[in-house]
Design a protein around this ligand. Structure first.
Ligand SMILES: [Zn+2]
Length: 290
């Protein structure tokens, strides 16, 4: 899996953890779309069979989650349960999926919370920068205690990846900006900054046109800076959800789930003839909103 571990070119130091995860997810989704999916799905299957190698895990359960943990600071697991439940409700509500309570009880999502980065990386065999690993198919997230922006960004971002893909289908081909835009639109601490970056890009006419934007599968220094990619992606999805409404986003999601190709689904659901038309309305939305 082509994962860039370089730490160069990060324009926003405080977002480093975010970018590293994002690059992982970028690679992950790129892999899902490519023919190399076979190998990736094998690794997912292996993950399902042997979810963790450590032997002793305590559990804490709620309506939509089972948290597996070994050591955590006092109150951390309770806070995780509370935040995860709140995010679940907020995410399914905003995406229009409210009537499909697909994570309850027997179908609960599992979060494995490692006590530190070393244990996480040893057990998951992930790169040193990875802050979380998700298996959409198995509704599993693995992560660890002590990460900056864990509760306000990483947790809702990863949960949204799983929820969105569970609805539309793991194998549904999409440009990366839709997956990452949906996940990034549900972050808390980063979203305002991303919207400001996107607005600035539009105001200065420095954004990436939607047809080109849709071809990007690996944001990075060689293509487009991650900050720009994630900001434009998040703002496009915020426009589609908040300006056009969650019912339409639900219709769009249903079309994707039913196998309609993403461009046709997007244009038909939102009544645009071309991507340029959509782009024009998004630009107007960005310029008129603070
Ligand atoms: Zn992501």
């Amino acid at each position: 899996m082509p994962i860039c571990q370089a730490k160069r070119g990060m324009r926003y130091e405080q977002n480093r953890t975010r970018h590293y995860e994002e690059r992982y997810i970028s690679s992950l989704l790129y892999s899902l779309r490519s023919f190399a999916m076979t190998g990736f799905l094998i690794s997912l299957a292996a993950l399902a069979q042997a979810e963790v190698t450590a032997s002793y895990w305590q559990t804490s359960k709620s309506q939509h989650f089972i948290i597996y943990y070994q050591e955590a600071p006092a109150g951390f697991v309770d806070e995780l349960i509370n935040k995860a439940e709140n995010y679940y409700n907020g995410i399914v509500d905003e995406l229009g999926y409210r009537r499909m309570d697909f994570w309850s009880w027997d179908n609960r999502a599992k979060i494995y919370l490692y006590k530190n980065a070393d244990d996480f990386h040893t057990d998951t065999q992930r790169s040193a920068w990875a802050g979380a690993v998700v298996s959409v198919r198995n509704r599993i997230m693995k992560t660890f205690v002590g990460q900056e922006h864990f509760f306000d960004s990483l947790l809702p971002h990863e949960m949204t990846h799983i929820i969105f893909r569970e609805f539309i289908g793991v194998n549904t081909p999409l440009p990366l900006w839709i997956d990452e835009g949906v996940a990034s639109s549900q972050e808390k601490s980063n979203l305002y900054a991303r919207m400001q970056i996107a607005k600035d890009l539009v105001a200065k006419n420095q954004y990436i046109k939607l047809d080109k934007f849709s071809e990007i599968s690996k944001p990075g220094e060689d293509t487009v800076a991650p900050d720009i990619f994630y900001s434009e992606a998040a703002s496009l999805i915020v426009f589609l959800i908040r300006d056009k409404g969650r019912e339409r986003f639900l219709d769009f999601s249903r079309s994707l789930r039913d196998g309609i190709d993403w461009k046709s689904a997007l244009l038909k659901t939102y009544n645009f003839l071309t991507l340029e038309e959509l782009e024009k309305e998004w630009k107007n939305y960005m310029l008129k909103n603070k």
